[in-house]
Design a binder for this molecule. Structure first.
Ligand code: ATP
Ligand code: MG
Length: 488
């Protein structure tokens, strides 16, 4: 791709950008949130047809006029945001658009074919399951399996495929990628987890502000070099430290014997001023526990105490009333109203707080929105920008902004840094520490073990719906957590 330019209203998303992919290589594409990675991918795959510049595919000049054309040429893609039909089954999703190759294909056949693919990928779902009933991680695995199942694929593009995956699932994915590479397939791999890139990629291209910066051979460079190119400065990691929970800090949240179909007898406490980490593999039940506490799913039994008082939480409104906020792991389905503006997403849930005598102060809304855009470094050209048009990572920041404004005592962050670039990740850690200093108490679910160890005061580990262990940060390390997380 040569001298690619792409303009949106208010954004010059690609600025003379270049990119070269060789046969049989795994080529990582990195850059901060909003750098233009997904936009480049959408041009490669025919999603965007209006752009300037030259696109050569297998030596021929091309200008795909739609996703079908790109796919027929041999390009498969997994986009950053899940792209599947919630009301269809897993099998239907996998074979959508190619059910019948001239002959009738029964549901049974379709399910059998899907089952084979699912088993190959070791995904624990049934072909007949509806997609909307899957966790994000599983849905993501299904979409990857789908993209990898096209026989004519020459180029496979994965836009943050591992963001919703656990380490072991990512590891499986890397093996599959390796096999495809051996077959001569070229892979474009986008990820904010630079460690993964060092492990799996042959070359890495860095983008910044829509422009091409450099392409390096992975075996010849260090992570620090890549970060420097990405953000033009070095990041100083704060050492791991306790956030200073007092010895006799009161318990703000206590959960006893929580049960549902996916949660098996979970009990734990959260102390004031504490960061409690929840580790475990994707599907281990962490999100399910939080959804029960937040009142979005119905519990079979179990009790919830907030500040020592037993509370009935049957709806998220109840949870919010008692000061519990939940930042969902799946922003597209639960966290955001994609068709509304940045400001509306941030201020709507806080309307009562922002209004005086029943009138919402527009000025106050604007100033609060500006403050959060600045604090979280949300890349948007205006407070009125529709959230759908922000880059993936910046959408995540909007969800965080929305919760920060609401002043909840207890905040549950489910995968807060998923899809967030390294620089912004540090900002989010700093913000979490700040919240703690203000007297909040926080639960963090993360599949990133480095993050868990770095942030938490105490770590709960879950496996198959049960809590398999509790570690104080002084004794926690990645190996111990992994051992507990894989316990049956
Ligand atoms: N549909 C759109 N309309 C307007 N602006 C857009 C649209 N899509 C992307 N942009 C803007 O283009 C720029 C590049 O976005 P892009 O999604 O390509 O970033 P990215 O590198 O994939 O970031 P992330 O790591 O957050 O996924 C951003 O400034 C974004 O706000
Ligand atoms: Mg992106």
């Amino acid at each position: 791709m040569r001298d690619i330019n792409k303009y949106f209203v208010g954004a010059h998303a690609l600025d003379n950008c270049c990119f070269t992919l060789q046969k049989g290589e795994i080529h990582a594409l990195v850059g901060e949130n909003g750098a233009g990675k997904s936009t480049l991918v959408k041009i490669m795959t025919g999603v965007y047809t209006d752009y300037d510049g030259e696109y050569l595919f297998c030596g021929n000049k091309v200008h795909f006029q739609g996703i079908k054309e790109a796919q027929q040429a041999g390009i498969s893609v997994v986009h950053q945001e899940l792209n599947m039909m919630n009301d269809l089954t897993v099998a239907q999703n996998i074979f959508i658009g190619r059910e019948s190759k001239g002959f009738f294909c029964s549901d049974k056949k379709l399910n059998e074919k899907a089952q084979k693919l699912i088993s190959d990928f070791d995904i624990k779902v049934k072909p007949t399951e509806l997609l909307k009933n899957l966790s994000v991680g599983k849905a993501q695995m299904v979409e990857i399996a789908r993209a990898m199942s096209f026989e004519s694929t020459k180029v496979l593009i994965l836009d943050e495929p591992t963001a919703a995956l656990s380490e072991s699932e990512s590891h499986d994915l890397f093996e599959k990628m390796e096999n495809l590479r051996k077959k001569g397939i070229s892979i474009v791999f986008i990820s904010h987890r630079l460690g993964e890139i060092m492990k799996i990629a042959d070359r890495v291209t860095v983008m910044r502000d829509g422009a091409y910066i450099d392409t390096l051979k992975v075996c010849e460079c260090k992570i620090e070099e890549i970060i420097c190119l990405m953000i033009g400065r070095e990041i100083i990691e704060e050492p791991k430290q306790r956030s200073g929970v007092k010895e006799n800090a009161p318990t703000v949240l206590e959960v006893t014997n929580l049960k549902s179909s996916k949660v098996k007898d979970v009990s734990f406490i959260l102390n004031k001023g504490e960061i409690l980490g929840f580790a475990g593999l994707v599907g281990s039940g962490r999100t399910e526990v939080m959804r029960l506490i937040y009142g979005v799913d119905k519990k079979e039994s179990g009790e919830i105490f907030v500040n020592g008082v037993k509370r009935q939480i049957n709806h998220s409104k109840d949870a919010i009333k008692y000061g519990i906020g939940y930042l969902s792991e799946d922003r597209k389905r639960f966290g955001l109203m994609l068709g509304l503006s940045v400001m509306d997403n941030i201020v709507l849930p806080s309307y009562t707080k922002l209004s005086k005598f029943g009138f919402v102060s527009k000025k106050k809304c604007l100033s609060e929105t500006y403050r959060l855009i600045k604090q979280l470094k949300i890349k948007t050209f205006d407070t009125n920008q529709i959230v759908k048009k922000l880059s993936g990572g910046n959408q995540q920041k909007v969800v965080i902004g929305k919760w920060l404004l609401q002043d909840m005592d207890i905040l549950i962050f489910d995968e807060p840094t998923r899809g967030i670039d390294v620089g912004a990740r540090e900002e989010i850690y700093i913000m979490i520490k700040k919240l703690i200093n203000q007297g909040n108490s926080i639960i963090v679910i993360s599949s990133d073990l480095t993050e868990i160890v770095r942030l938490s005061d105490r770590v709960m580990v879950m496996s198959e719906g049960k809590i398999t262990g509790e570690l104080d940060i002084s004794e926690a390390n990645q190996e111990k957590i992994m051992t507990l997380a894989t316990q049956g």
